[in-house]
Design a protein around this ligand. Structure first.
Ligand SMILES: [Mg+2]
Length: 262
């Protein structure tokens, strides 16, 4: 195995909040010097420019297009599968602002073709009613992710699962497509950017449900790091299992070097 490409998770793998995980920055620089190409794959709704700036500031030159995140994959999906559709988005401002230049947004239930459900701190009954009326008319329902909760700075808060629950409660409808990790839409977008076949790619992340699953379901090698949401105890009975388990991303260069030497 020669210098596999890397699909890297951000939160819990390279960063905790805005802080680098100890040794992760140096490890990433070392991997890039050795010729490992890296693309970043995240369920974040943040602007990719902000994420790229964080990497650039750390001395790791990163074009914005190397950030494969939910808004980008969602826009690609809509353009490919619902070109010209009127789209209603329940979601945070950063998601809506990133979609606006590329997708026809509408809040008119009479013309909405697609409802996008995502976490929204300003979610209320009137937004639910727009979605309800549009879905009753036959609009499609797409979710950015299905997580019930999200670990905020002061503890767990509701995530997209809560919005989907409210929609299902009044329409009986569930999402037809989920675009975020571990979806194949996310995997395909990231592999296209990397320009490598899946068998030459490692996914590295802290989540069994998203990172490891996306890797294993799409023919890649999956490495789990224990610096985020997963502890070693969570591994027993997990399916699928990661191919490698690392205490930290900082350990990845040595592992890859030892495999290359054999
Ligand atoms: Mg993560």
């Amino acid at each position: 195995m020669r210098t596999p490409g890397l699909l890297l998770d951000l939160d819990g793998t390279l960063f905790i909040g805005t802080d680098w995980i100890p040794g992760a920055r140096q490890a990433l620089a070392r991997l890039q010097r050795r010729g490992h190409r890296a693309v970043y794959v995240s369920n974040t709704l943040d602007w990719p420019e902000d994420i790229a700036a964080r990497l650039n500031d750390a001395g790791l030159p990163t074009p914005t297009d190397d950030i494969v995140h939910v808004p980008r994959v969602l826009i690609d999906y809509l353009q490919q599968h619902h070109p010209g559709a009127a789209v209603y988005v329940i979601g945070e401002r950063s998601l809506i602002d990133q979609m606006r230049p590329h997708v026809r947004l509408s809040a008119d239930p009479e013309e909405i073709d697609v409802v996008v459900a995502s976490a929204d701190l300003a979610f209320d009954f009137s937004k639910l009613t727009v979605a309800f009326l549009a879905l009753r008319r036959g609009a499609r329902l797409i979710a950015t992710n299905t997580d019930a909760t999200w670990p905020g700075p002061s503890g767990l808060v509701p995530d997209t699962g809560a919005i989907l629950g409210a929609i299902e409660g009044c329409t009986g409808r569930r999402q037809e497509v989920v675009v975020g990790k571990p979806s194949r839409w996310m995997a395909q977008a990231a592999l296209r950017r990397l320009g490598l076949p899946p068998e030459k790619v490692w996914v590295v992340g802290d989540s069994l449900a998203t990172d490891v699953r996306m890797g294993k379901e799409n023919g890649m090698t999956a490495a789990l790091v224990l610096t985020g949401v997963t502890s070693r105890a969570d591994l027993s009975g997990a399916n699928p299992q990661p191919d490698h388990v690392l205490e930290s991303f900082a350990d990845l260069p040595d592992l890859l070097a030892s495999l290359q030497d054999t």
